[in-house]
Design a protein around this ligand. Structure first.
Ligand SMILES: Cc1cc2nc3c(=O)[nH]c(=O)nc-3n(C[C@H](O)[C@H](O)[C@H](O)COP(=O)(O)OP(=O)(O)OC[C@H]3O[C@@H](n4cnc5c(N)ncnc54)[C@H](O)[C@@H]3O)c2cc1C
Length: 471
């Protein structure tokens, strides 16, 4: 390891003075949820793939660990350096060019530091649609979305980030550049190497650019806020809607009564969309790229049939854009309202959708009986089986947080028994190392370690994230 002065000199030579930050702002050294606090030897903000390659070649030679950071909105501490003060924090925000938009090929190539909202705007400017939709889209970056394989609000229809990728440009641990930026739908040429970097959280390479799939823009939509007695009716309604509207179901979000109470109380401008109270709700949206498609009629019909079958107790279909955005504002305010309400234990789980009602029933009963220190706020992208099964306490919640390990174990064991995942869309980072070891198939885990060793033999890429450091 070079001295700090030598390190800074070498970094400045490679990327220029302005790209090396002497005193990093504190917010770069802590994670979104404030769970981890790190320290660094230096922070660099390269402006090009060539600069990232030059930096990694040097770090590889000197065995300096590198932590890539995008928008720092990740929920698992993946972009936070450790406390040693020996790591290099690599900011990707300088790589922010949209390199190409090809509307006829329905593809777009962008650099890793592009903000997600900017990519969506660039696609829209070409009358195309990039469907990845997250509450953090104004600050998260493409490289972070790819590295966490982000999910979000549209997975039911369009898939996870992985499903939206055609090609990647990645700088490997030793500084070589892998270029698979091919805008092809069909490309069966051996192992799908690019796929390994998606969801790898910066542990196998640093993504510098990607070629993304674009889709036709949704031009018609129909949105409803629906009251249901229990999550079992969510499963029934989703099946019914898919039967009548096929792939037009774009979002299907489960919301508990408590989330309505928290958002209307703690977030300005949020109102309860229905006049009577119900234990559970759904926010349902159908979209179509055919402007003249009568989606409201289709949704009305399905809701009426569901009402007659006793599956839903009330519903409001948005009559204009204002009402639609009010529904979405409520949904998107849940994480902020929860933060304002107090400390939370978060469980980002997924299950086969048919197992969700039983999971919610069993896990909720366990929480009600065994966790008097908190109350349940379980909501999520239930159309794709994803539930944020969170337990919130009033205020700092010390008593609840003290029991974190024990509670997490019970909930994740139950998820595992029901063939679900303990990490649906937020990844592993440094938060879920233990769970990965406990629940992952041992052969799969062994293959992950083999891949890490093959891609990063000196262990310099985001060490201690996803996999524990080798002893
Ligand atoms: C309000 C809010 C709502 C959210 N909603 C959702 C949601 O609905 N669905 C969802 O999936 N997530 C959601 N998230 C979590 C978060 O926004 C996503 O995980 C996002 O993809 C992270 O992107 P980022 O640029 O902030 O990455 P960071 O947090 O900066 O990094 C995440 C990981 O990727 C690595 N990384 C970053 N850039 C690169 C790169 N170029 N090359 C290699 N590795 C890299 C980092 O080292 C780290 O391990 C939400 C977060 C917030 C705050």
């Amino acid at each position: 390891m070079p001295s700090r002065a030598e390190l800074l000199r070498e970094l400045r030579l490679r990327v220029g003075d302005a790209a090396v930050l002497d005193a990093p702002p504190a917010e770069l050294l802590t994670d979104q949820r404030g769970l981890y606090q790190g320290a660094v030897a230096a922070v660099v903000a390269p402006q090009s793939t060539a600069q990232v390659a030059s930096l990694l070649a040097y770090c590889h030679e000197q065995r300096i660990s590198v932590v890539p950071q995008g928008g720092n909105t990740g929920y698992c501490g993946g972009a936070t350096p450790d406390a040693s003060g020996s790591q290099l924090l690599l900011l990707l925000s300088g790589l922010k060019a949209i390199r190409a938009v090809d509307p006829d090929n329905y593809s777009l190539t962008a650099e890793a530091g592009c903000i997600l909202a900017t990519i969506k705007q660039a696609a829209a400017a070409a009358q195309r649609y990039f469907p990845l939709a997250l509450g953090s889209e104004g600050s998260c970056q493409l490289g972070g979305n790819l590295s966490t394989n982000a999910g979000g609000l549209n997975v039911l229809r369009y898939g996870m980030t992985r499903d939206l990728v055609l090609g990647l440009e990645v700088v490997l641990a030793d500084g070589r550049v892998l270029d698979t930026l091919r805008a092809l739908r069909k490309d069966n040429t051996g192992y799908d190497i690019k796929s390994l970097f998606i969801g790898a959280e910066g542990t196998l390479g640093v993504i510098t650019a990607a070629t993304l799939k674009l889709l036709p823009q949704p031009l018609a939509s129909a949105t409803a806020f629906v009251a249901i007695p229990s999550p079992a009716q969510a499963v029934a309604l989703l099946a019914r809607l898919r039967a009548v509207s096929g792939e037009r179901v774009a979002s299907f979000e489960l919301i508990p009564r408590i989330a309505i109470e928290l958002t209307t109380r703690l977030i300005a401008g949020v109102a309860d969309p229905l006049d009577d109270s119900s234990p559970w709700y759904l926010l349902v949206e159908l979209t179509s790229s055919a402007a003249d498609e009568q989606l409201n009629a289709c949704l009305d019909q399905a809701l009426e049939a569901a009402m007659n079958a006793g599956e839903i107790s009330n519903a409001s279909v948005a009559q204009n854009e204002r009402q639609r955005s009010d529904f979405w504002r409520l949904r998107e305010s849940i994480p902020a309202a929860q933060r304002r309400a107090g400390a939370s234990l978060k469980h980002d789980v997924s299950l086969p959708i048919t197992a969700l009602p039983r999971f919610v029933a069993v896990a909720s009963a366990w929480v009600a009986q065994h966790v008097p220190e908190g109350y349940l706020v379980a909501y999520g992208h239930v159309g794709d089986g994803n539930l944020h099964f969170n337990i919130t306490a009033s205020g700092a919640g010390e008593a609840l947080l003290r029991r974190q390990a024990e509670i997490k174990r019970v909930i994740h064991d139950l998820v595992h028994e029901m063939h679900g995942s303990f990490s649906a869309e937020h990844g592993i980072g440094q938060l879920k190392l233990e769970e990965l070891e406990r629940y992952t198939d041992p052969v799969e885990l062994e293959l992950m370690r083999t891949l890490k060793q093959a891609f990063d033999p000196r262990g310099i890429l985001n060490p201690g994230k996803v996999l524990r450091n080798a002893k």
